[in-house]
Design a protein around this ligand. Sequence first.
Ligand code: UD1
Ligand code: UDP
Length: 357
Amino acid sequence: MIAITLGTRPEIIKMAPIIRECEQQSIDYYLIHSGQHYSFEMDQTFFDELRLPRPQYNLNAGSGSHAAQTGKIMAGVESLLLENPPEFILVQGDTNTVLAAALAASKLHKPIGHVEAGLRCFDRRLPEEINRVVTDHISDYLFAPTPEAVKNLKNEGIDQNKIHLTGNTIVDAVHQNVQISCRNYDVLEQFGLKSKEFFLVTFHRPENVDSPATLCELLNGLNAIYDEFSMPVVFPMHPRTKKQMTAMGLSPGSIHIIDPVGYLEFLQFEAHARCILTDSGGIQEESCILGVPCVTVRKNTERPETLLVGANILSDCSSGEMVEKTHEMLERKPDWVNPFGDGNAARNIVNILDHSG
Ligand code: UD1
Ligand code: UDP
């Protein structure tokens, strides 16, 4: 029996291939949803579109400070693990849900599998970096997506018998859903866009959107991209960013803001975009897999593989640099090789647990 925990948009998307694999192999599992994300377009839409079973448990943790959110999820996970003890607990990524579930499980001596282990941006001011480091050091199965992630774990002295190079389940997710997406949606028609003639943008990191000065600069940068390239800039806006824009009274200018969309629609937006500007972790991976150039507006990235293969570039949020880095990416030929695996990560992970159980 595996307890699969999830709680935010990227965890639902990246755990979906593992849930499917458990179903296919008739492996017993149950789902714990932390409730960290709860708005329909950040949560339920993915269960509907990806045809995932409803979680047996929802902790309804909701939003809050880091400590409040983490504490609520820890207490909830602890009760559930005592009530319905699994053989393993799986966590995915670097959110507060991951940290909380892993901490609760480790105190109960439940073996923890960390999916997407070993990512590092080497900047401890980012909450995700703390979550990654702590989770990796208390996990028993470290499912590292790339050799770079394996190297990071070994450098921190983690026992190499615990480390498994599996690929990233995001490749499975893209392969499984890109065709379904094309059959069911036509976002170009729906939003009046032309393939390879628009920019797709997403921003939600606190360091980019929580300070008025930075968010204002970022919006100016996106407007400068619109002016420079004369192509629509489409921004499916994360609720955190929307909340901050409203509170700060900022205007989008020429940027086309829409609500967050489901995964099938978003995959299409990505595949048809001329270039993606983002601060998302998962979107850096997907753009690399789909062969779409990416400009990551951050000081660092825990996905350096995307920079190394030439699919991605870092930029600060000044208009000048955003425009310059976008020009640079548009000039690159998108012939890089996807470094995140062959689309069998979920099977690799489930097989490892199955043979250990
Ligand atoms: C969280 C993760 C981040 C991940 C992101 C994925 C942490 C520390 N952060 O950031 O690593 O990249 O999810 O999207 O775990 N809100 C809603 N509806 C929702 C969820 C959030 O309106 O369903 C709003 C609330 O105002 C909330 C804010 O967004 O205060 C931030 O939500 P939170 O879960 O704290 O962090 P994210 O920015 O979503
Ligand atoms: N995504 C989506 N709809 C959107 C924006 C993003 O389905 O409107 C998907 C995207 O394809 C990727 C994931 O959400 O798989 C990334 O989530 P997010 O950027 O919120 O988190 P991060 O990856 O940065 O933790």
